[in-house]
Ligand binder design. Structure first.
Ligand SMILES: C[S@@+](CC[C@H](N)C(=O)[O-])C[C@H]1O[C@@H](n2cnc3c(N)ncnc32)[C@H](O)[C@@H]1O
Length: 194
């Protein structure tokens, strides 16, 4: 899907996104979400500065608060105005929280360095995921940590049912060409790097 297609997708789904994700997580992503919770509990404290790339409706920031965790500052970036509108409404007048509308494949405007970078369910929308991850991780402080949740190759029974939908929703045009229409996405896994 092209960038404009991705923007359109989230423009129409922003208001129902959180509800849909709750169902999705309950069926497919409990393990990944638990790993994220564990990661946050192990790595957050009141000194930490967090960058979330592709923050969407800021579900992960809600998770941080629901776990009663402290942090110093949170910056969430996303290119969907509708998703950000939902996110901003949740955290009005919170001086530690900032949202920025922008394309996360172009991170040149960010000069700050971060203790934690979060990126969940976003990579499949990015045309060159490895270039993006390399660029994003250069924004980490020394000993900083990058937590990603991404789609990986599905188990056959998921692949059979979900591939057509997943291909439509998540494959970038370039990725689809590269894989010759082969479907690689769906099973959910949390992946920790660094
Ligand atoms: C599946 S949602 C995930 C949102 C959030 N990370 C979560 O776990 O709920 C994907 C998000 O990535 C954003 N996104 C995709 N490509 C992007 C890009 N190039 N720049 C900025 N945001 C992007 C979309 O707007 C959308 O909000």
């Amino acid at each position: 899907m092209s960038k404009s297609g991705v923007k359109r997708l989230y423009a129409v789904s922003a208001t129902v996104y959180d509800a849909l994700v709750k169902v999705w997580n309950a069926f497919f992503a409990t393990e990944a979400e638990d790993e994220l919770s564990n990661f946050l509990m192990e790595n957050l404290d009141e000194t930490r500065i967090i960058l979330e790339v592709g923050c969407g409706t800021a579900r992960n920031l809600e998770k941080i608060y629901s776990l009663n965790l402290k942090f110093k500052k949170y910056l969430g970036m996303d290119f969907s105005p509708r998703m950000l509108r939902v996110a901003r409404r949740k955290f009005l007048d919170n001086p530690a929280v900032e949202f920025e509308e922008g394309d996360i494949t172009i991170l040149d405007s960010i000069v700050e360095r971060f203790d934690i970078i979060l990126c969940t369910w976003v990579l499949s929308h990015i045309e060159s995921p490895s270039a993006f991850v390399n660029r994003a991780q250069s924004l980490l402080k020394q000993d900083g940590k990058f937590f990603l949740i991404l789609f990986t190759r599905p188990r056959w029974y998921l692949n059979f049912w979900l591939s057509p939908i997943a291909t439509y929703l998540f494959s970038t045009n370039a990725g689809r060409r590269r894989r010759g229409e082969e479907i690689q996405q769906c099973e959910i896994k949390a992946q920790l790097c660094m």
